[in-house]
Design a protein around this ligand. Structure first.
Ligand code: GTP
Ligand code: MG
Length: 182
């Protein structure tokens, strides 16, 4: 634990938000950083980023640089550049489209090929099962939990950018992981 007398610190972390197109990555980042939601779909081209500042504890300010990578970019040659220096990632799927859950493995493989921590260990990852506000969710939770165990993910959350469910918690979980690894 930090000493109460330690000088205040300000940290900057780059987090990635990845997953198939249309799963809600931009909506999650927008909800988290601006507190807004829109039901219009505007596809992300390339990547966007947004900043969220958190007063983590009295002596620690954390600035998160959230990189929102276009779902259509998975096979794009730019992803390696976008992933550089990231220290954590949120992989997102859409609970109403099972195919987007099946893609999570590919995103994870891609991520782990392209980025790791300085000591070579994999960056911490949380899985976001988004659009949990939609009643006809089709992905069984036991399958998701097993996937997380088998693939060394830190945690998974049922989230909704629309209803603002569990997004703050998921990001805080990643921050805790990153701080613990420093
Ligand atoms: P790409 O930029 O193409 O990779 O997609 P994306 O993952 O950024 O998806 P985006 O955030 O643009 O969301 C796609 C659509 O899903 C939009 O119409 C959003 O309004 C909708 N959406 C996102 N999150 C939620 C949610 O939690 N609930 C519901 N009901 N709709 C959502
Ligand atoms: Mg987007």
């Amino acid at each position: 634990a930090r000493q109460p007398s330690a000088p205040p610190r300000e940290l900057l972390f780059k987090f990635l938000v990845i997953g198939d197109y249309g799963v809600g990555k931009t909506a999650i980042v927008r909800r988290y950083t601006e507190g807004k939601f829109s039901s219009n779909y505007k596809i992300t081209i390339g990547a966007d980023f947004a900043i969220k500042s958190l007063q983590w504890d009295p002596g620690t300010k954390v600035n998160l640089q959230l990189w929102d990578i276009a779902g259509h970019e998975r096979f794009g040659y730019m992803t390696r550049v976008y992933f550089k220096y990231a220290v954590a990632a949120a992989v997102v799927f859409d609970v109403s489209r099972i195919a987007t859950f099946q893609s999570v493995q590919k995103w994870l493989t891609d991520l782990r090929e392209k980025v790791s921590l300085q000591d070579g260990s994999p960056v911490p990852v949380v899985l976001l099962a988004n659009k949990c506000d939609i009643a006809a969710a089709s992905v069984p939770t036991d399958l998701v939990a097993r996937f997380c165990r088998d693939n060394g993910l830190v945690a998974w959350y049922l989230t909704s950018a629309k209803e603002n469910i569990a997004i703050d918690e998921a990001m805080a979980c990643l921050v805790r992981q990153v701080l613990a690894l420093r």
